[in-house]
Design a protein. Structure first.
Lengths: 138, 138
């Protein structure tokens, strides 16, 4: 069994968000997705993000307000949300005093051929998805 | 965007664990894994479980003590653990008063052919992994 600690994981700052990227754990051969944690301080929000990968996010602390298009969704601790490929999103922490922390898994859209059980992965010459959050733009 | 609510999700009891299986959301074409939440009451533990799928678990509330072989790992809220294929495990909630809730994603071992970027999935004639927790044995 391997363990991954949110507190001691190597992190980087993107704006005022603490991002712990799972590349550091070198799990490419084991996981069918990439992953990260990110923490949004009280009153702050993530940069506008949009990417080809689907993204499943689980709120592990605090409450998220997720803005997509004209909609706002409130996601409480423990609950989850799935962003479609290329769906633009901002994640807000509207709390005055509690940090918001999210675990996110993300992967390229699946193209399943049910007849032979083969999944063809999108090619990714750069070896790593392009993500606004990951790239540190803001 | 789709949202998945831990509280209102359809659940079943396995021993005294509340299990919310994600099959109800019909995400097979979108997610490269299966998923569930499970909640372990204070002082209780999961049945001994062992299955071919790798399993990544994120603690979304409480603290988990995970028993594998002779080892015990303490995993706090927000942190995660990855079980290998066929690794037997028990998840304990040693708290006297706080519920433990875990989000788990699980998938068959990957067999990646790096040359053509094709992932061949293990065949699964039954259409669904066999899991002691899922089957409700105890």
């Amino acid at each position: 069994m391997r363990t991954f600690d949110l507190i001691t994981g190597e992190s980087l700052l993107v704006k005022d968000l603490r991002v712990v990227r799972w590349e550091q754990y070198r799990l490419d051969r084991d996981l069918p997705f990439q992953a990260m944690w990110y923490s949004v301080p009280p009153g702050s929000e993530s940069p506008l993000d949009q990417h080809p990968e689907l993204e499943l996010s689980v709120v592990v602390a605090g409450t998220a307000h997720v803005l997509t298009g004209d909609a706002v969704h409130e996601i409480r601790q423990g609950s989850a949300f799935l962003l479609s490929s290329t769906e633009a999103h901002v994640v807000q922490n509207r709390s005055a005093d509690q940090e918001l922390t999210i675990f996110s898994a993300y992967w390229m859209p699946l193209a399943t051929d049910d007849r032979d059980g083969v999944v063809r992965k999108e090619s990714n010459p750069a070896g790593r998805p392009v993500r606004i959050v990951a790239a540190g733009h803001d």
